[in-house]
Design a protein around this ligand. Sequence first.
Ligand code: ARG
Length: 476
Amino acid sequence: MILVDNIRNGRFKTGMTDEANEYSSSLEFDKVIFYSYIKTNFAHTSMLKHEGIIDEETADNILCALDDLKEEGYDALVFDPSVEDVHMAIENYVTSKIGPQAGFMHTAKSRNDQVATDIRLVLREKIIDIQIGILEFIEGIVGMANQHLNDVFIGFTHLQHAQPITIAHHLMAHAQALKRDYERFEDTYKRVNLNPLGSAAMATTSFPINRELTTKLLGFDAYLENSMDGVSSRDFIAETVFDLTSLCTTLSKICEELILWSTYEFNIIEMADEYSSTSSIMPQKKNPDIAEIARAKSTIVNGELVTILTILKAIPYTYNRDLQEITPHLWNAIEVSQDTLSVVTHMLLSVKFNVERCSYLAGRNFATATDLADIMVREKGIPFRSAHKIVGRIVNEATSNNMLEEDITSEFIDNISLELSFDKLELSDDLIQKALNPVENVKIRNVPGGPAPEMVSVAINNINLFLNDEFEKKGI
Ligand code: ARG
């Protein structure tokens, strides 16, 4: 095999020490950009040929060698210690196939614009994969919500009983968060899908390159208009990783709920055995380990974002080798997020809700008290603040005397009302019981965004329209 002269041979008399070489090499992570490297060089060489910057025969030979490499794959590359990164290994490969004319492929191109282009090419595909994963998760949640449209459930604030909702309403809250996570990627994609190629080292080139052509060949929306920005901007990476942290925050919150809900104390859901572990000593244990690991792994992505931002803030224009250290954190953030998205999707969709327990909780602990106050306002015309005070006292007395919702009578309410210097309310017992009924509570909240089954159905229809549109856009 003929190797090109090591690029150091002109400027230096010696190579780097093995230690320095190994320390600074990006080879371990360059594997990710291998195919996009070939794609970029294909476009660049085709453009050089089209513009008559290199002769046709040389260009065709380079293109043929790149085709062979695509067939043979990454393992065809030879990584001797002088090879700093995949760029040089590929140039060596092409040289081994066609001789020194391979050197023309680097005309009007630097590793600086090359690597920025390669990362963007890989990233845009990964973004689409993640988006499809999110759409599939939303689709699964919507299916689950449809099965629980009428199943009342307790909503929490401060992790204390708040107001009745339905299981569907709760699930659809997660679906909405995931929809926004999806949309964030959609927006970021616009800033990822831009072409740095042609920026060369940092100040473009003296050759008459055609950036429109490489932009078109690589499927970018446009080229970056400033070559210094082209080689050194990595905010598209920070932005993508922020989107991942946001997605993982949604996933982690879901896990947190699954962990709480599956406790003996909550007893709201049953986790599938497939996503549970047991103890080596306590034979009765069913532990939600996968949810716990997902909750922790999402933290890794937060760490990657901070690492990336911290590297970026100390970089003067233009390319500095620090930028190389950003890329592995991007790939790791993507891998962790994708794995987490997949496992959390399958885990949530295998959960069984304890519908009876959900309904029981919704009707207890005076979670329906707001409606009792609301009927005082509606039926008797008293200000909400007065009703709030009366009902607060009703709950206080009832809980101190171990009374349940069904023990609240018109007489009991009127005694309290008088005690607080208000008039008697004379609400009928039927009306009181209706106000304290969780099913009625949910039914009456039929305003947009509310938990009433008809309103949740509207939200489900809307999100289904969104899913259809977006699946179609992604070619699914
Ligand atoms: N491995 C480098 C990176 O990932 C490629 C560019 C190297 N450029 C240079 N001037 N040493 O950023």
